[in-house]
Design a protein around this ligand. Structure first.
Ligand SMILES: Nc1ncnc2c1ncn2[C@@H]1O[C@H](COP(=O)(O)OP(=O)(O)OP(=O)(O)O)[C@@H](O)[C@H]1O
Ligand SMILES: Nc1ccn([C@H]2C[C@H](O)[C@@H](COP(=O)(O)O)O2)c(=O)n1
Length: 225
């Protein structure tokens, strides 16, 4: 029997990690894990439970409390916090504005990295895991590591399409760049490309082209085993 294939997909915000990872996993019959959703979920719990997210010690002390469960089916990934569906609330502007501060706290990262490694170990045929530190820290022995990039302009224009004009493209771009700087600048496992990751610049590629490129790279890795 073939050993499970583990794919790490990292990169800055809005480069297409979620859309690409879900589609690749669905095409190849693999599980899928959105680790950003887990950082958002713990942030939502902190905000909902009156924890001051700028107080590192308070966040660290509370980090073991929420029960976070991720469903890894790529066509319908789920996330619950203390048994409650969190898929909507974790996408609010309030959570987006606070998530970088919470995810910089080492105790939060230790807790979630444990969940992420457990999910990868439990995936029967393999998994596509997306985030910021998957190739560098969470799954350093992944079969394939991809680092997605795209220009700030392309990423802002993609996100603005989703927000349907609720925010100007420039404001969206400023927020993306600010979050990337915080995620890249933190001490504990910052957003970074692993030395052995393949960089794919998606600025001028359609989503289908990116998906095809990564499926091909996985098939090449499988054939070489
Ligand atoms: N290659 C592409 N061309 C055009 N649009 C794309 C491409 N890839 C993704 N998109 C679109 O860009 C938006 C952001 O994509 P997605 O949510 O997958 O990015 P992400 O890297 O996971 O972002 P985040 O880190 O903020 O969660 C989505 O609307 C998606 O449909
Ligand atoms: N492996 C990860 C995944 C995510 N984060 C943090 C940093 C992001 O700004 C935030 C939200 O992620 P998104 O939903 O935009 O993918 O979560 C991290 O630190 N490490």
């Amino acid at each position: 029997m073939e050993s499970p294939v583990i794919v790490a997909i990292d990169g800055p915000s809005g480069t297409g990690k979620s859309s690409t990872s879900k589609a690749v996993a669905a095409k190849l019959g693999l599980s899928y894990l959105d680790t950003g959703a887990q950082y958002r979920a713990i942030t939502w719990w902190m905000l909902s439970n009156g924890v001051d997210v700028s107080d590192t010690e308070a966040v660290a002390n509370a980090s073991a409390k929420p029960v976070i469960v991720s469903g890894t089916e790529p066509v319908g990934p789920t996330i619950t916090v203390d048994g409650e569906d969190a898929s909507g609330p974790i996408r609010t502007q309030e959570v987006t504005a606070a998530v970088s501060a919470v995810s910089a706290v080492p105790e939060v990262r230790t807790r979630l990295v444990g969940l992420q490694r457990a999910a990868a170990a439990a995936a029967p045929d393999g998994i596509v895991v997306e985030g910021r530190d998957i190739g560098t820290t969470v799954l350093p022995d992944a079969t394939l590591k991809i680092f997605l990039t795209a220009s700030a302009e392309a990423r802002a224009s993609r996100r603005s399409g989703e927000l349907k004009g609720a925010q100007s493209v420039q404001a969206t771009q400023d927020a993306l760049v600010k979050r990337d700087a915080a995620d890249s600048g933190r001490k504990t496992s910052p957003l970074a490309k692993a030395d052995d990751a393949i960089e794919v610049d998606t600025t001028d590629l359609s989503l289908d082209q990116v998906i095809e490129c990564i499926v091909t790279l996985i098939e090449e890795k499988r054939a070489a085993r």
